[in-house]
Write a protein that binds this ligand. Structure first.
Ligand code: SF4
Length: 94
């Protein structure tokens, strides 16, 4: 079965926690040779700015899939946890 992330977004809502559940060491991201997160995150939370040599991460639309945690080969996270209770994504798949 092929999953279309856009369809998932149609069935989700978010209660955004202003305290990000994922945080990065930007210096590690700057030196990373792959930056797999920019291609693998289904919510497109990661964006690499080549000109500024800077990684931007926005946690608001995070689907909590864990992909970035798995694909990051640099241990770039200073925090990776699920959002606090009551915050984060809510799936409505029925
Ligand atoms: Fe993107 Fe999934 Fe990581 Fe959230 S947990 S930032 S959706 S890859």
């Amino acid at each position: 079965m092929k999953i279309n992330p856009d369809e998932i977004f149609d069935s989700t809502s978010f209660n955004i926690d202003r305290d990000p559940h994922i945080q990065l060491n930007e210096e590690i991201c700057r030196r990373c040779p792959q930056r797999a997160c920019t291609n693998c995150c289904p919510a497109r939370c990661y964006n690499w700015d080549e000109e500024a040599q800077k990684m931007t991460f926005v946690h608001d639309g995070c689907l909590e899939c864990g992909t970035c945690y798995v694909v990051c080969g640099q241990d770039a996270f200073t925090r990776w946890r699920y959002p606090r209770g009551g915050f984060g994504v809510a799936y409505r798949m029925t």
